[in-house]
Design a protein. Structure first.
Length: 394
């Protein structure tokens, strides 16, 4: 059994944040039907690397989902969508606010056909406020959330992440909120609207930035790979031109690191006992750690740190990660069948449940692969399906 079996989700969303929410629900057993436009598939199919012309990112985003096509802007498409919503528990959408209302598919219309429905709306800036109508993308959220201002080297420009960070965090936040809304429905019998934007979940995860500004008028500066709270904390190059990351958030760990690298004299200094004291002397600490690591191979460095019970990790790329025996043991990656590429390797579930685990059953399917199957479940026979196709509704 998967824990969300019996939950039916209709996902009318493109690119990343909202589809990530749908992916997470599907991982744990929800029946997720992803709706794509008949002639304009999800742009995520064209993002990132491709094999034989097939986008690989989409294979993860649309895993465990059934894919159907439907033009929601046409009256016939609206009617079909309402029939889908009537038989569903959740609708996930990420159109610009007001778009569903313009098509006659707003909350009032959806609630009229299914009072128990949860409508999850994911957008750049939320459903209300001065910025609600603006187009929103992860890059804008990473800039406005405060993330970019904290990220990067002290004297360099603010640094954006090389991945869809804001989208991913918003997707997790939306999935959590959907489950909370479903739990509330169990109590009240009524559905509700979930409003998730790209900016606020990322701001929440940045820690007490807003609180510190409000209470102290302090702003955290960019510190690169260093920490403003503890030292040593950085990445260091080894003799064989590899990289390792060291973290000493606790004073006891910092002591072990400095004794290991031959600088017990630093441990005896009065300032060493606090994180703030070590940060004030970070150049001296970093120099000692970097010199010791630079004289040894990565394997020797890792072995010495492990023996000393000091915190260290190799800086991996994807190839290193897949080859690591720990992650093969934990099941961090899964290889699944795919109709277009044969088999696809991808990251497994974010969390594991002991009694009712989720699973990845298949990779993202071809465009419209399940249209006939999905529409048949709401009573659309072959003749009506052909009519919809002739009118380019599906």
């Amino acid at each position: 059994m998967r824990p969300l079996e019996g939950i039916r989700v209709v996902e009318a969303a493109t690119l990343f944040a909202a589809p990530i929410a749908g992916m997470l629900l599907g991982d744990y057993g929800a029946d997720v039907v992803k709706i794509e436009h008949p002639s304009r598939p999800d742009p995520a199919r064209g993002h990132g690397p491709a094999k034989d012309g097939v986008g690989l990112w989409f294979k993860t985003l649309a895993r465990n989902k059934r894919l159907a096509t439907l033009d929601l802007s046409q009256p016939a498409g609206r009617d079909v969508f309402l029939r889908l919503a009537e038989r569903s528990d959740v609708v996930i959408e990420n159109f610009r606010p007001g778009t569903l209302e313009r098509w006659g598919l707003g909350w009032d219309e959806l609630r009229a056909v299914n009072a128990r429905l949860v409508l999850a709306r994911v957008s750049g800036f939320g459903q209300r406020g001065p910025y609600a109508s603006r187009p929103g993308f992860g890059t804008l959220a990473e800039a406005m959330s405060g993330f970019a201002s904290l990220n990067g080297q002290p004297d360099d420009p603010p640094l954006l992440p090389p991945l869809a960070l804001a989208d991913g965090i918003a997707g997790f936040a939306a999935a959590f909120a959907i489950l909370a809304a479903l739990r509330a429905r169990d109590v009240t019998g009524e559905g509700q609207v979930v409003d998730t934007n790209l900016v606020e979940p990322l701001t929440l995860l940045l820690g007490p930035q807003v609180t510190a500004w409000d209470a102290l008028r302090e702003l955290q500066p960019r510190t690169g790979n260093r920490s403003g709270h503890n030292a040593p904390r950085n990445v260091y190059r080894t003799a064989d031109d590899r990289w390792v990351a060291v973290s000493a958030s606790a004073t006891s760990i910092a002591e072990r690191v400095l004794r290991l690298v031959g600088r017990p004299d630093l441990v005896e200094r009065d300032w060493f006992a606090t994180g703030a004291g070590r940060v004030a002397h970070v150049d001296e600490i970093d120099a000692a750690v970097a010199e010791w690591i630079r004289a040894r191979s990565r394997d020797d460095v890792l072995a010495a740190f492990e023996a000393a019970e000091a915190a260290i990790a190799p800086v991996y790329d994807a190839g290193d990660l897949v080859a690591d025996p720990h992650f093969s043991t934990t099941g961090a990656f899964v290889s699944v069948e795919d109709s277009e590429l044969g088999r696809v390797l991808m990251s497994s579930l974010a969390s594991r449940l002991s009694a009712t685990p989720g699973s990845v059953e298949w990779a993202g399917p071809a465009h419209g692969a399940h249209t006939a199957e999905v529409l048949a479940e709401i009573g659309i026979d072959d003749a009506e399906l052909e009519l919809l196709r002739s009118e380019r509704v599906v």
